[in-house]
Design a protein around this ligand. Structure first.
Ligand code: BG6
Length: 483
């Protein structure tokens, strides 16, 4: 059975930065897929806005060419492409001046949802928000979508929040962390809170440790200018991995609704212990396996920016005190593999005596690629010869288990943009959450000044050897990074 698609309300979505990378790679292809699936109503409109001068017909042709290039043939057809492009307009705008704003105002309709996607550098958020109000374009029901990086520390995040708050209510602001739009990330909540099986064991009494890994094979891909000022801690850890940690560790929200969920996530962030310098390992990839090193990739010369970071995190609350969470993320690693592994403690007593084959129960939630879940359990090895234990995975690939329904899962951006139109903030970060995440991150980064440069690791490897030290010390090992 194919998933049911419920069309959203009619809307005007204005994309500021409409010719930029994010709009081209993610927003426009995502909107096209929602359109083709019947989720965008016929009278929805997309208005591209950017500095460059061109008319709507030229922009439509650019979008059509882009979709032909980026959307796989099986997921596009000429008729729906034409119909989608008819929904598109373009306005040349001057963010700092008045040029183009009256034209934009004239295009927008009164009786539909108005959403403004700020797909631009954060330095422009204030200008855009102010212009939208000066020209009477934003109203009390309008929504504004902003992207990461949401600041580079707590102070700048606070300043951005204050800038947006001058013009919009918190209920109108949608801060995107695209990890929250990923199907399996939402599945974490379903697995935890729609089953009785796991929740009674989901605490320090039964969970020995949790590992969260987001491993990438890509390097910095022409984003050196941004990345060199960010590094893995700001680019991935402060947001994506932090969100995963929150969903794994939070208390059950009383309902699956925006503030109930976000309140619980915030409590986790606030309960995080400061990270001890000995519990952090930074790395930077060097040339290897025919791949260039970071300095060459980023085009920034010698640099101490980390492309890998591993941390041991402790949560000081009743549920988790005593269970370490090990987090790691890195670029140019041996495989693209993101997973959360929850390892359970040993049974209190073994009736089988010592067994070298005994392994802990591990629940592995695979985020990408090949989304699914695996539960490692002990069974008896079949056959005669006595009682020998064996570790077998109960393995569920979502694509296989859900058939057609699981094969065509919407991309994170598609889902999140439709949530903006529906007015559902559950999967978006609240301002206080972002600030709290920076408050935890800032001292970790500040500690690096005294810690020396990052450890080198070969491109295509499993990361710096030193990362192993974090777990060896505790008598544990990282799980293998495997595709
Ligand atoms: C982005 C980071 O937020 O997430 C990138 O800026 C990273 O550096 C990307 O590559 C990873 O996203 P995904 O969806 O490919 O796991």
């Amino acid at each position: 059975m194919v998933a049911r698609v419920i069309p959203v309300e009619p809307f005007d979505l204005v994309i500021f930065g409409a010719t930029g990378d994010l709009a081209r790679r993610k927003i426009l292809p995502g909107l096209y897929r929602r359109f083709r699936d019947g989720q965008m109503p016929d009278d929805a409109r997309i208005i591209g806005a950017a500095r460059g001068r061109m008319d709507s017909a030229t922009y439509r042709r650019e979008v059509a060419a882009l979709l032909n290039e980026l959307v796989p043939p099986a997921r596009r057809d000429a008729q729906s492409l034409r119909a989608f492009c008819r929904r598109i307009e373009y306005v040349a705008l001057d963010a700092a001046g008045d040029g183009g704003w009256p034209q934009l105002a004239a295009l927008l309709r009164e009786d539909v949802v108005r959403a403004f996607y700020f797909s631009v550098a954060p330095a422009l958020f204030g200008e855009l928000a102010a212009r939208l109000h000066e020209h009477g374009i934003a109203n009390a029901d309008s929504r504004v979508v902003v992207e990461k990086p949401f600041g580079h520390d707590q102070e700048s995040a606070r300043a951005l929040n204050a800038t947006l708050a001058r013009h919009f209510d918190e209920a109108q602001i949608y801060r995107i962390d695209h990890y929250l739009g990923k199907e399996t990330v939402q599945n974490l909540m379903a697995v935890r809170f729609a089953n009785t099986l796991f929740e009674p064991l989901w605490n320090a009494r039964f969970v020995d440790n949790v590992q969260i890994t987001v491993a990438e094979t890509v390097g910095v891909e022409g984003r050196g200018a941004y990345y060199d000022g960010a590094g893995a801690m700001r680019d991935m850890m402060q947001n994506h991995l932090m969100q995963l940690l929150c969903l794994i560790a939070m208390e059950p929200p009383f309902r699956f609704e925006p503030d109930a969920v976000r309140d619980e996530k915030l409590k986790v962030i606030r309960a995080l212990d400061p990270v001890d310098g000995r519990d952090v390992v930074r790395g930077q990839y060097r040339a290897g396996q025919g791949l260039a090193g970071y300095a060459e990739d980023a085009g920034c010369g010698a640099s101490d920016t980390e492309t890998f970071v591993a941390l041991k995190v402790q949560i000081s609350n009743w549920r988790w005190k005593g269970t370490p969470f090990y987090l790691r993320t890195g670029k140019r690693l041996s495989a693209r593999a993101s997973e959360i592994a929850v390892t359970f403690r040993a049974p209190p007593h073994s009736i089988f005596g010592e067994s070298e084959r005994w392994q802990e129960n591990v629940l592995v939630i695979r985020l990408q690629p090949d989304e699914g879940m695996k539960l490692h359990v002990m069974i008896k090895e079949p056959g005669p010869g006595g009682m020998r234990l064996k570790d077998v995975p109960l393995d569920m690939s979502f694509a296989e288990a859900l058939g057609e329904e699981g094969a065509d899962i919407p991309d994170a951006y598609e889902r999140l943009i439709m949530d903006v139109i529906r007015g559902n903030q559950t999967l978006f970060m609240r301002g206080d959450e972002v600030e709290a995440a920076w408050a935890w991150t800032d001292p970790v980064i500040a500690g690096w000044a005294a810690a020396g440069p990052p450890h080198g690791y070969g491109a295509g490897s499993a990361g710096p050897e030193d990362a192993e030290r974090l777990l060896h010390r505790d008598g544990r090992r990282w799980r293998e990074i495997a595709p």
